[in-house]
Write a protein that binds this ligand. Structure first.
Ligand SMILES: Cc1ncc(COP(=O)(O)O)c(C=O)c1O
Length: 293
């Protein structure tokens, strides 16, 4: 057996948000906290071993991602998705949600509309609003039990609206959730290409939150948004992290792939102003997770 998913770990009194805040969240203690993507399984042995080795060094100064963690990201993209990426495209943040905040700060102006597809993971909203921008909702359509993208509405979202308040400006950016939380759709390559063509036609930017890309049913296949064409690479920011797949959320480490130097410079400038570097144990765990399946 590769992993033991039957062993029950008692996480009470371990400073776990999920288990320590039950009363606060639900007003009672006798419920199972199933509101957050945080699993009750120990991490893979290889990750614990890498962390143990790092801890034995006993010095935890400021961290800097070395070439081996970048190589591990490159290998994973090639192996899992056949997507060839370059070392300089990879940057790191202490989580995907901080990356979304940095992206909005980097690529939008206060007053801009930013497109999202509701229903969607709730932290997308503060990432937009806390930067003085407005949510433009390209509502997903539930058709025969499956959520679909409303492409006509998406096209319309990029057009300035008649009578639009002067304090609002048209959308230049979309935050995609791929695979989508909470509707559970793994967007097909065709759907991503249709979306990307609309983005290109409107000279816009897509920030694709792909944190759930490795938690799929066997017959599903994830396509990193930018991997479909060279043009898509130049207008996209791809956000990935091992935190969901390998249960590492508390270590706050994510890899953000930004092929365009212009976008990457703007992103790095925004990121450096508002958040610390990835913590040293997070980088160790991220690197140790990348060769795993
Ligand atoms: C779609 C999505 N994005 C981001 C996150 C959280 O990202 P992070 O903890 O890396 O900020 C989650 C957590 O469940 C999520 O579902």
């Amino acid at each position: 057996m590769k992993y033991d998913f039957d062993y029950v770990t008692d996480r009470r009194n371990t400073d776990s948000l999920k288990w320590s805040k039950i009363e606060y969240m639900f007003g009672r203690e006798d419920v199972l906290p199933m509101w957050v993507a945080d699993m009750d399984f120990p991490v893979a042995r290889q990750i614990t071993e890498a962390l143990r080795k790092r801890i034995e060094h006993e010095i935890y100064g400021y961290a800097f991602p070395n070439s081996s963690v970048i190589e591990a990201v490159i290998d994973r993209m090639q192996r899992e998705y056949g997507w060839k990426i370059e070392p300089e495209w990879v940057v790191f943040t202490p989580g995907v949600i901080p990356a979304l905040h940095a992206a909005v700060k980097a690529f939008a102006y206060p007053g801009d509309e930013i497109i999202i597809q509701e229903p969607v993971y709730y932290p997308f909203f503060p990432a937009i609003r806390n930067n003085g921008c407005h949510v433009a909702n390209n509502q997903l359509k539930l058709i025969n039990g499956r959520y679909e993208i409303d492409f006509d509405d998406l096209k319309g979202k990029f057009n300035p609206k008649v009578g639009m308040r002067p304090s609002r400006s048209r959308a230049r950016m979309m935050i995609l959730c791929s695979p989508h939380n909470p509707v559970g759709r793994v967007w097909t390559r065709e759907e991503l290409i249709r979306t990307g063509e609309i983005i290109l036609r409107n000279d816009a930017i897509i920030v694709s939150d792909e944190i759930h890309c490795e938690l799929l049913f066997k017959d599903s296949k994830h396509t990193p948004f930018a991997s479909s064409s060279k043009e898509f690479e130049q207008c996209s920011v791809i956000c990935m992290a091992p935190s969901k797949t390998f249960n590492l959320a508390g270590l706050h480490a994510s890899s953000i792939i930004i092929p365009s130097a212009r976008l990457r410079n703007r992103f790095n400038e925004a990121r450096d102003g508002i958040m610390p570097s990835v913590n040293i144990l997070g980088l160790t765990a991220l690197e140790a997770s990348l060769p795993l399946r």
